[in-house]
Design a binder for this molecule. Structure first.
Ligand SMILES: [Zn+2]
Length: 248
């Protein structure tokens, strides 16, 4: 492994010396069906015993994905909007859960997404809403519990909210810099920044991946992250289900 990891290893060593553990979780977005990229992700996570939470797009998925995931113990399925379609008002950022449509229409789609994925995935299903583009109209949030969601997962620090947030904090992809994987040094620093926050305020470190668009750097980073954390006594990977069950 390259020297780019050293600052993160040093930070984890510090946690270990003070008897604390860092809890990581993995969210991977945009799954619909089995693919070689999904296979690569889940083979990697399985090899390192890292539980993965797949944010699946309900409208376009079906039995094929459910059958494929059947034999994989460490995987969970969350609700990634309904169709991952943009309904933004003109001139606004992309949004499915907000924008030009009424609250009632959006909430009905989310209710259907919850129902469809829980029926397809049974025990693997977790009642967590992952908004496409990590974006949701705040006016919808107080209604999510009434359609049986228990948590919301977006990107960035958790905010006080009508429903618990279990967020991601480090995105492997550099969307605005060429849609390629961030370099290792940058990502290690993003994890360190989150660790400093967790040290003072508690919380988990959410790693965000998008298996369908990973380049060589993103795959290599993930492999090295799993290897490094797998052998470090201060790091542990948590199943999102156990994070939901644990009160913060
Ligand atoms: Zn997405």
């Amino acid at each position: 492994m390259s020297d780019a990891w050293q600052p993160l290893v040093t930070e984890l060593d510090r946690w270990h010396q003070s008897g604390k553990k860092v809890r990581f979780w993995l969210r991977d977005d945009d799954a619909i069906e089995p693919s070689s990229a999904l296979d690569r992700l889940l083979t990697l996570s399985d090899q390192h015993a890292v539980p993965a939470c797949l944010a699946v797009i309900p409208k376009f998925t079906g039995k094929e994905l459910a059958n494929y995931l059947e034999g994989i113990k460490t995987v969970r399925v969350a609700v990634h909007g309904w169709a991952h379609e943009d309904h933004a008002l003109p001139g606004s950022k992309k949004i499915e859960l907000g924008g030009e449509r009424s609250e009632a229409v959006i909430l009905e789609e989310l209710r259907q997404g919850h129902e469809r994925l829980s029926q397809l995935h049974g025990e693997r299903f977790v009642p967590v809403l992952v908004p496409p583009w990590n974006r949701i109209d705040p006016a919808l949030i107080p209604h999510l519990k009434s359609i049986d969601f228990e948590a919301l997962s977006v990107f960035g620090p958790e905010r006080p909210s009508a429903i618990r947030e279990i967020n991601t904090h480090v995105d492997l992809m550099n969307w605005h810099g060429g849609r390629c994987g961030h370099d290792t040094e940058t990502l290690a620093q993003m994890i360190i920044d989150r660790l400093k926050h967790c040290h003072d305020h508690g919380g988990v470190v959410g790693i965000l991946t998008h298996h369908l668009v990973h380049d060589q750097q993103a795959w290599m980073f993930l492999d090295e992250l799993f290897s490094m954390t797998g052998s470090h006594p201060a790091a542990e990977w948590r199943d999102i289900k156990s994070i939901i069950e644990q009160s913060e």
